[in-house]
Design a protein around this ligand. Structure first.
Ligand SMILES: N[C@@H](CCC(=O)N[C@@H](CS)C(=O)NCC(=O)O)C(=O)O
Length: 194
């Protein structure tokens, strides 16, 4: 019998989008539960009592929390194509994990700061995000010199999923920030649709 799979998420969260994309790339059916983070459901709090965040993937009643842990769980559980980590190469797999952690630790936080700070703090966040992105691009380029449009291999993998989902979020944040600052939208291509 097919086991039940449910994803607790929130539409604007890059972490939830990553999990959703990974499941869809592998062709795994799941139920999506949209959470209101101002008023979290009792189920979400019960499934993720420690962090109380989305995403949470509940597989046959057993919860898995934290997006990177969930992505690895998906890869370990549904080994069929496409593989999201380099197959049969522990060193290359470790390099993907290293850059995923770097991206989460060094790139995502300054991007968030750009939106929520002003003045010198904001300038510092802009510098930090640029520096992290430069280091990421250079490092990943050295570890995975690829002739395909994807970071490692002929199909999208975990780095593609995480970077792509974060990019959607950055565009969303940028649009919200500009609208919050009262800027008129005259460049419809530069912000996502409402
Ligand atoms: N480290 C977590 C971060 C998840 C996270 O920050 N989720 C946000 C939405 S983007 C959330 O649930 N925020 C609600 C809260 O912190 O109370 C992961 O990778 O899953």
């Amino acid at each position: 019998m097919e086991k039940q799979l449910r994803l607790y998420g929130m539409w604007a969260s890059p972490f939830c989008l990553e999990v959703e994309v990974a499941l869809k790339l592998k062709g795994i059916a799941f139920e999506y539960v949209q959470e209101n983070l101002q008023q979290k459901s009792e189920s979400l709090l019960r499934h993720n009592p420690i962090y109380q965040t989305v995403p949470v993937l509940v597989h046959d009643g057993r919860p898995v929390a934290e997006s990177l842990v969930i992505l690895e769980y998906i890869e370990d559980t549904w080994k069929e194509c496409p593989a999201l980590l380099p197959a049969n190469d522990p060193y290359k797999r470790s390099r993907v994990r290293f850059w995923l952690k770097f991206f989460y630790d060094k790139f995502v936080p300054p991007c968030r700061s750009i939106v929520v700070t002003k003045g010198e703090q904001q300038q510092e966040a802009i510098r930090d995000s640029r520096e992290s992105l430069r280091a990421f691009e250079e490092g990943v380029g050295k570890d995975f010199p690829s002739e395909t449009p994807f970071f490692h291999g002929a199909a999208p993998g975990l780095l593609d999923i995480v970077v792509g989902s974060t990019w959607c979020w950055i565009r969303l944040l940028g649009g919200a920030h500009r609208r919050g600052a009262g800027e008129r939208r005259n460049d419809s291509a530069s912000v996502p649709p409402d």
